[in-house]
Design a protein around this ligand. Structure first.
Ligand code: AHR
Length: 498
């Protein structure tokens, strides 16, 4: 007989709101993430609206992408926005990513058009590394001022009289590394100046400023930035602190394959990704010291799996396949963010299309949805839902000395009044039976959807785009409990009406 795990959902003890922005995306001018992935140009045979692919927009709308971070990444600290507005665009070298020519055809107005088409908020990263405070300030003036202001008038002349809404601005990117190799003290000085002068002039959309924060477990920036925040004056502030953490299973340069991996490599990657929990706790504890009221959000604005690039592709384009393991990885990280929703109010997976742990892969006019996309789709009801605590004995799955929890679970009460429970089986060999018990509510009906795959390294490609796709799962109410069997290495979301 199959042993079962009981997950108890305590609906009587609701927690914080799970900010929809933890399902945010990151899109950098890198490889085919923007050109081809989003932008095909108005004259393309690929169906588009003002140059932006219709198929991609529709797919992103279906997962209700709440926010997109742009234009980088390392690219942001070399980006000069003026080259990407108006009728004449000025090309530049994309020195970080393959040394290719960046035509700047997709600039500020195209990005805002894209964000509006998707229904996502804009999160702009300003150039602190190689730009000036004045350049960054003028960018936000161009975007948010009214047309009486010369910058606003220039925007209007480019076809956009209405000021844009820019609810999030990143004050640099990885300033400890590709953003300029700054010491934490040097960065905090830059941060204060940018915070002071990079203004939002659109009263319809207040703007949050997100400072560069930690690189993984390194707490230097966390301490310095939060200390500066605690001692802030009336003249400047920040509303967010960024955390970057990639799952590589062995640091950089990356060495783990995206497909064709062994069970050991499956376990190594998931073990590594679960480290996100400790990172969030470590940085949150420092933030609590300087900001006990939790006013500053922890913004995990780069996360996801980073593997060896697909053979035959430019290694600078960071193209990789996306397997069932990545679906499990995505669910585990989202669960961590949800559990810490009192502090983690935004996360942006790297990266949205054709780069790293992408939602979508494109090949000319073709597009496919990755296993990670399907997880984001299944989690849509968790957006802005109320976190509901769950208790369970996770058990263990062990392979060659690597021990992982066997199951993971989170629950939330959706805006529609229904309960949603996400259940992940990490064990790639054995199914697990779950009894979900409810405290404080009586379940009336239950249904569910599951993402399982023939193998833990199954993936979707253009020859077989639906190898990994969600399917309804058999779930029954028995003695008030929802009873379901989870396939090996799978993610399941139950919907419960009460
Ligand atoms: O996402 C790829 C790169 O990873 C980003 O440009 C950079 O910020 C990080 O190091």
């Amino acid at each position: 007989a199959q042993d079962s795990v009981t997950v108890t959902v305590d609906a009587a003890k609701p927690g914080a709101k799970i900010d929809r922005r933890i399902f945010g995306q990151f899109a950098e001018h890198l490889g085919s993430g923007i050109y081809e992935g989003i932008w095909v140009g108005k004259d393309s045979a690929i169906p588009n609206t003002r140059g932006i692919r219709n198929d991609v927009v529709a797919a992103l709308k279906a997962i209700k992408v709440p926010v997109v971070r742009w234009p980088g990444g390392c690219f942001a600290d070399e980006y000069h926005w003026r080259r990407g507005i108006g009728p004449e665009r000025k090309a530049m070298m994309n020195a970080n990513w393959g040394g290719v020519i960046e035509p700047n055809t997709f600039g500020t107005d195209e990005f805002m058009d894209f964000a509006n088409q998707v229904g996502a908020e804009a999160y702009l990263s300003v150039n602190v590394g190689s730009g000036t405070v004045g350049e960054a300030a003028e960018w936000l003036e161009y975007m948010t001022a009214n047309t009486k202001d010369a910058m606003g008038a220039e925007r209007a002349a480019n076809g956009h009289p209405e000021p844009y809404k820019v609810p999030f601005v990143g004050l640099g990117n990885e300033s400890w590394d590709c953003g300029g190799g700054m010491t934490a003290d040097f960065y905090t000085s830059q941060m204060k100046m940018h915070s002071r002068f990079v203004r939002n002039y659109n009263p319809a959309a207040p703007m949050q400023r997100i400072a560069v924060g930690p690189n993984g477990g390194n707490t230097e920036y966390t301490e310095a930035v939060m200390k500066a925040y605690a001692g802030r004056s009336w003249a400047w502030s920040i509303e967010g602190l960024s955390l970057h953490q990639y799952t590589t299973g062995g640091g950089f340069p990356v060495s783990q394959p995206a497909t064709g991996f062994t069970e050991k490599q499956y376990a190594v990657i998931l073990k590594d990704t679960l480290g996100m929990e400790d990172l969030v706790k470590t940085h949150s504890a420092i933030m609590d010291k300087y900001d006990p009221e939790k006013k500053v959000s922890l913004v995990v604005d780069e996360w996801g799996a980073w593997y060896v690039a697909t053979a035959g592709t430019d290694p600078g384009f960071l193209m990789q396949q996306n397997t069932q393991r990545d679906a499990v990885l995505a669910a585990l990280n989202i669960n961590i963010f949800a559990r810490h929703s009192d502090r983690v109010r935004m996360a942006n997976i790297a990266q949205m299309i054709n780069v790293l742990q992408a939602m979508i892969l494109t090949d000319k006019d073709k597009m496919l949805l990755t296993p990670t996309y399907h997880v984001f789709k299944m989690y849509v009801p968790f957006q802005d839902a109320t976190y509901i605590p769950v208790t369970f004995d996770a058990g263990t799955y062990t392979y060659e000395g690597i021990t992982l929890p066997r199951v993971d679970a989170v629950a939330a009460k959706g805006a529609d009044g229904k309960l949603y429970v996400s259940l992940t089986n990490l064990d790639p060999n054995k199914p697990v039976d779950i009894d979900t018990a409810f405290l404080g509510v009586k379940a009336k009906s239950v249904s569910g959807e599951t993402l399982a795959a023939p193998k833990f390294d199954s993936y979707n490609d253009f020859a077989a785009p639906n190898t990994v796709a969600p399917k309804p799962v058999s779930v029954k109410l028995k003695d008030g409990k929802a009873v379901v069997r989870l396939a090996p290495a799978s993610v399941t979301v139950l919907t419960i009406t009460m």
